[in-house]
Design a protein around this ligand. Structure first.
Ligand code: ADP
Length: 270
């Protein structure tokens, strides 16, 4: 990993002399390797569902075109694979938009009570009553950031908590002050993550358990998306986890993200 890659070139300098140019292309090589791995991963992720759908279609064409029972049996499986491809392509588009969007973030005052209410509803929808979903009191109310991006990041953490927590587990959303920091966190009582995997979780397509993650609708890109959005807000992602006990994913914002309540209609109602 510490090897350097040099590119050496001999170029004409004048009519009699040549110049030896040496360039350190270690970083360029690294970027190209990451890019190649990424393309290989995407191709692989798309090929699997395509092969499954293709296989079912072929079987129907060969022996079941007049067999409604067979078609009915295959349809849900084909739909599931098609949904999988759709989520993957959607996550790829989100990532590519994030990577290509300007560095300076379009920020606004985000109402965190609305945000957490929305996330609660989404968590209930994903959980379908299989988990207990809780929310700690929300305070302070306002965060300075990009609402759409933050919703996407927090939503990914919530969806992971639901997907990696067995039935009967508890998921807790929280938004709070910690010293001069502002912290959003999602805790679950799920399967947890062995320590050695934690540093790599935000890599694209990195998974602790490939089979389990694909089977439950994961694209392998969720935490890569979270990482981008967190970085765009100069925030930090903390992961604390213990196998079989559960995990807490926290997004920690600096105090400069605190937005002052200039006008809060609900304060007047109260
Ligand atoms: P995936 O679509 O596979 O969930 P992510 O990027 O969202 O992709 O997460 C990467 C990996 O991190 C997952 O495959 C899973 O192994 C692990 N992981 C993420 N969130 C949790 C969680 N709340 N509990 C346990 N493992 C998790």
């Amino acid at each position: 990993p510490n090897e350097r890659v040099l590119s050496i070139q001999l170029v004409p300098f004048d009519s009699t002399r040549k110049l030896l140019l040496s360039r350190d292309i270690t970083q360029l090589e690294r970027v190209q390797t990451v890019h190649r791995d990424f393309v290989a991963n995407v191709s692989h992720e798309l090929r699997t569902p395509l092969t499954v759908v293709g296989g079912f279609l072929e079987t129907i064409q060969d022996m079941g075109a007049d067999d409604p029972a067979m078609i009915r049996q295959f349809l849900p499986m084909m739909m599931e694979q098609s949904r999988r491809m759709q989520s993957l392509v959607e996550d790829l588009l989100i990532l590519s938009r994030l990577e290509n969007s300007p560095k300076n973030l379009v920020s606004e005052k985000v109402d965190m009570r609305d945000m957490l209410d929305t996330l609660m509803v989404e968590a209930e929808g994903l959980s379908q009553g299989r988990h207990v979903i809780r929310m700690d009191p929300v305070t302070p109310l306002w965060l300075w950031g990009n609402a759409a991006e933050l919703h996407s990041a927090f939503g990914n953490l919530v969806s992971n908590a639901v997907r990696y927590t067995p039935e009967g587990g508890t998921i807790t959303l929280s938004w709070r002050e910690e010293g001069d920091k502002l912290v959003f966190s999602v805790s679950d009582t799920g399967i947890g993550i062995p320590r050695e995997h934690i540093p790599r979780l935000t890599e694209r397509f990195y998974r602790v358990d490939r089979g389990r993650s694909r089977g439950n609708g994961g694209t392998g890109l969720g935490l890569a998306i979270v990482k981008h959005i967190v970085a765009r807000h100069q925030a930090r992602l903390d992961i604390v986890s213990e196998p079989e006990k559960g995990s807490t994913f926290s997004v920690v914002f600096g105090g400069e993200h605190r937005a002052e309540p200039d006008h809060d209609p609900r304060a007047e109602e109260a």
